[in-house]
Design a protein around this ligand. Sequence first.
Ligand code: ATP
Ligand code: MG
Length: 255
Amino acid sequence: MLKLQNVSRSFGGLQALKDVTMSVPKNQIIGLIGPNGAGKTTLINDISGLDHPSSGSIRFNEVSIEQMPPHQIARLGIARTYQNIRLFSDMTVLENLVISQHRLGKSSILDALIFSARFRQEERALRENAVRWLNRFQLAGVIESRAGSLPYGDQRRLEMARALATQPSLLLLDEPAAGMNPVETRLLGEQILQLKREGMTTLVIEHDMSLIHQVCDAIYVLSFGEIIAFGTPEEIRNNPIVIEAYLGQEENGAA
Ligand SMILES: Nc1ncnc2c1ncn2[C@@H]1O[C@H](COP(=O)(O)OP(=O)(O)OP(=O)(O)O)[C@@H](O)[C@H]1O
Ligand SMILES: [Mg+2]
């Protein structure tokens, strides 16, 4: 479904990604792990169009997307969450979901201005869809709360709900469990697995290995911009190259 071929990205003299080749097959959950600064977020930025590779190709359902802007990639069915939560913190929980769907909606600005039947009908459908996702992520009770006032775990779940409300076929998650307690993390894992049963394809970056082992079909390990290992959770757990990459980080005091 998603294929990266020799993707490289440099920022001045720093090579954040070096010849990354990987694929995310339909209806699988693929993990992307690696020490801090390995290039994981850069990779998701390049897939979602927030940033672009310096070279290499990214194909989504056989369409080249590596130079497309984010909104066009979103329309193709790719949605993401952010490591540093990006919500409209002064808007309500519900408004956050409705607005993200509007960006992909069919009504024009003119429709909105004259409050056309099409606009009203679309608005109603968007709200119903939003409420459905908020229910699934235990946010039904805070629909009218200001997003910025929510506890951290709720904000993370709101980001997930917002991404899903756009009805993507590929979900990119950048540290979805960061700041969650073990119980919340476990539940999040179950929700990611439930999405898979409903047909979702997911690429997940996470430092929490319990979540990675709970959900992933296969894992890529990135270190200094390069894929150094690929395998099942069991294979990765016992791979000496991977253990060394993480130990090296600790020795450098970067962990
Ligand atoms: N816009 C940018 N300009 C310059 N350097 C950047 C930029 N974005 C990322 N980098 C650098 O690229 C490298 C990879 O960063 P990235 O955020 O992708 O790492 P990461 O694997 O997501 O790390 P973490 O686990 O800490 O989130 C880092 O050295 C970072 O400083
Ligand atoms: Mg990151």
